[in-house]
Design a protein around this ligand. Sequence first.
Ligand code: GTP
Ligand code: MG
Length: 214
Amino acid sequence: MAAAVEKKEHLYKILVIGELGTGKTSIIKRYVHQFFSQHYRATIGVDFALKVLNWDADTVVRLQLWDIAGQERFGNMTRVYYKEAVGCFIVFDVTRASTFEAVTKWKADLDSKVTLSDSTPVPCVLLANKCDQAKEGLVNNVSQMDDFCKEKGFVGWFETSAKENINIEEAARFLVTRILQNDEAIAKDEADTDRIILNGPKDSSLTEKKGCCS
Ligand code: GTP
Ligand code: MG
């Protein structure tokens, strides 16, 4: 009988934040349930959804999506919600420039309240949602949007439509790729730190172990 190949499994907490009515819940519903509704019901507090990705032949990625109400508006609760997140989407509505203006505040709120375990910022992708409709403001200028994202520390940005199912899978794949890279880099750093401890001269009980480990 062939031995079962053990799959690598990852569980990642992803935040979805941004102003009221920008389409956070709609993006998640589209991504997880392939469903869209015109009907608007404001999220209260936070909702959750799970998306399972068969990433490659030997990797399964589970995304725990935290759909945070726009009405939380960088309040006290966001600190609790952001804890241990490893990725983030900030969503604005391309038809309302005021929601883009608030993006900077959401990003600052995120970076001031959470980092990865190696103290680097949580990778964050900006979503310019409702791109099936007429756009207002900076989002009409691709190179200025690129500059804005670089300046504010976004890892990338995508125009999306939950209604027409545009770019949502692509944006998620992009973010997960970054998260997996960060995960590998942090694991490697931790392994290197362990090696330094094992090689350290001070503790003889640790240095003795070196022979069997290296
Ligand atoms: P809060 O929970 O209040 O923070 O809002 P939200 O960001 O979760 O917004 P929600 O997903 O509830 O969407 C708000 C409204 O925008 C709803 O009426 C949606 O149908 C509509 N909407 C969302 N995404 C799109 C889109 O891509 N295109 C269009 N045309 N409408 C959209
Ligand atoms: Mg919502």
